[in-house]
Design a protein around this ligand. Structure first.
Ligand code: AMP
Length: 274
């Protein structure tokens, strides 16, 4: 991977990179499409990174279908698919981890200890192998995007981080490889995430500015659904991820939800400009 990329860079061509864990959907493909638009070559990676899963999480059963993923990437016009193996990423004796200290303390970082340390470590390794000019991430994982931007800034990594909007199913459910886990009735219960975000957006448009009240409204919507057990509902400054109290005119916020539907943990968010 590294020698291919070095050759491309020497010829002065631009490389765009889309890191994924596979089981691809239109959200992933929107990143490939944007990368193709911006660059001479697009590299996608598929690697289910053990370092970002907690001991009780779904690493072992994370959905995998490399054959289908390859077809989707070929159809999307992706140039290179990189599928490294655990033993080359984390050979025995591996000991170096990258961690963004502040922004990882709350939200996903709080409910999934060690998760972001695994993410920043693998993204750093993949950046060193692929040597992209630009890398493409989805706003679906809004805090992850902020963590990666912080890492790239702090470590002076010469990669432009591009964040693309959330791609949703027709009824509003944010596309996710984990949606595969949902049974039929859970699939309709899962709509409560998007619907409660949409309700909060309506209330904000009508003039509501109390972030804590809006969080409570969303929480009470989630709690109406029997299979739903929310981890958090939080409105934060879109750049710093600091908790909001009163929404200020001219500022931008994320409304973030993490909620289990049955055994499946889902996240969703909405970017709000007040
Ligand atoms: P994953 O395979 O879940 O690690 O995701 C790989 C990349 O695709 C990450 O940057 C995600 O944020 C992005 N992504 C996942 N779901 C969506 C979606 N529904 N819309 C846009 N991007 C997404």
């Amino acid at each position: 991977m590294q020698s291919w990329s070095s050759g491309i860079k020497r010829s002065g061509k631009r490389i765009g990179f889309v890191p994924t864990m596979g089981y691809l959907h239109r959200g992933h493909l929107s990143l490939v499409e944007r990368s193709k638009n911006d660059n001479d070559y697009t590299v996608a990676s598929i690697y289910v990174n053990p370092a970002q899963f907690g001991a009780n999480e779904d690493f072992g059963k994370y959905p995998r279908d490399l054959g289908r993923d390859k077809e989707l990437l070929i159809a999307a016009g992706c140039d290179v698919l990189f599928t490294p193996e655990d033993r080359s990423i984390y050979p025995s004796g591996y000991q170096t981890y990258v961690n963004a200290e502040q922004i990882t303390k709350t939200l996903e970082g709080e409910f999934r200890p060690g998760h972001f340390r695994g993410v920043t470590t693998i993204v750093n390794i993949l950046f060193n192998l692929v040597q992209p000019d630009s890398a493409y991430f989805g706003q679906k994982d809004a805090q992850q995007c902020a963590v990666i931007k912080a890492m790239a800034d702090d470590l002076k990594i010469p990669v432009r981080i591009i964040v693309m909007p959330i791609v949703r199913e027709e009824d509003g459910l944010a596309m996710s490889s984990r949606n595969k886990y949902l049974g039929a009735s859970e699939r309709s219960d899962a709509l409560v995430l998007f619907r409660s975000l949409a309700l909060a957006e309506t209330l904000i448009k009508q003039g509501e500015r109390d972030a804590k009240l809006l969080e409570e409204v969303i929480m009470s919507q989630l709690k109406k659904v029997k299979t739903a057990s929310p981890d958090y509902v939080r409105i934060v400054n879109s750049r710093t991820f600091e908790e909001a109290e009163i929404l200020k005119w001219g500022s931008e916020y994320f409304i973030l939800i993490a909620c289990r539907i049955g055994a499946t943990r889902l996240i969703d968010n909405l970017l709000i400009r007040v």
